[in-house]
Design a protein around this ligand. Structure first.
Ligand SMILES: O=C(O)CCC(=O)C(=O)O
Length: 218
């Protein structure tokens, strides 16, 4: 359920905007159902192995391009090698609307997303501070949250440490970061278990859909 007094868009940093309750209850249910389908079409959510050999605690299903540390490919190179399903047109359109409503029609006009990651969090999942840097394009990143609330840490472009702002991303919230914030470090230090709205069919505590533009040809 949406919070009673959503404060409206909050500018967290230049180019970084949080919109609480952007998706209403029905839109959340519809996105949750779509995510369940997309994860199956993508061959499941894989748990990438990162630079230090650790296995991510977040499962990732990829649409449009396959992300595995630290590159994009057209096939699931760290899985069964099969091709990645296309980015659904409806999700691309939703992401374009998100950019228009947060960063303005000018930013939306040039936003041409071609990849989405469906991130599945369990109660103990975390995502360390990182930069979305594998994309050539400087286009904004659109992030939609479903299920349990996440503590989302939005930092700076210089490094993993402070200053940062902790934002609670609830089910239905939108977060967009572009412009001077596009290469900011960010992460999810905690999932607040048991905070998901009732009636959402999610195969995880929390699902985050991140839509991006790689800037790659073809
Ligand atoms: O789950 C989130 O809210 C953030 C996801 C994220 O940082 C990413 O996919 O790079």
């Amino acid at each position: 359920m949406s919070r009673l007094l959503d404060p409206g868009p909050v500018v967290v940093a230049p180019g970084a905007v949080h919109v609480p309750g952007w998706l209403d209850d029905e839109a959340q249910r519809s996105l949750a159902r779509a995510c369940a389908r997309w994860v199956i079409e993508a061959g499941g959510a894989h748990r990438p192995v990162v630079r230090n050999g650790g296995v991510m605690t977040v499962g990732i299903a990829c649409l449009g391009w396959h992300w595995s540390p630290y590159r994009y490919t057209r096939t699931r190179v760290d899985g069964d090698g099969s091709p990645v399903p296309p980015l659904p047109a409806g999700l691309a359109a939703l992401a374009r609307r998100a950019v228009a409503e947060t960063l303005g029609p000018g930013a939306a006009a040039t936003f041409d997303p071609d990849v989405a990651l469906v991130n599945e969090y369990g109660p103990a999942s975390r995502m360390g501070m990182h930069v979305d840097r594998e994309e050539l394009a400087d286009a904004p990143v659109v992030s939609l949250s479903l299920g349990d609330t996440a503590r989302f840490r939005f930092g700076n472009t210089s490094g993993r440490s402070r200053p940062w702002v902790d934002v609670e991303l609830c089910s239905g919230d939108l977060f967009v970061f572009g412009g001077p914030s596009r290469r900011a470090y960010h992460g999810v230090p905690k999932v607040l278990v048991g905070t998901a709205p009732a009636g959402l069919e999610l195969g995880a505590s929390r699902v985050n859909v991140t839509v991006r533009q790689t800037g790659f040809a073809g």
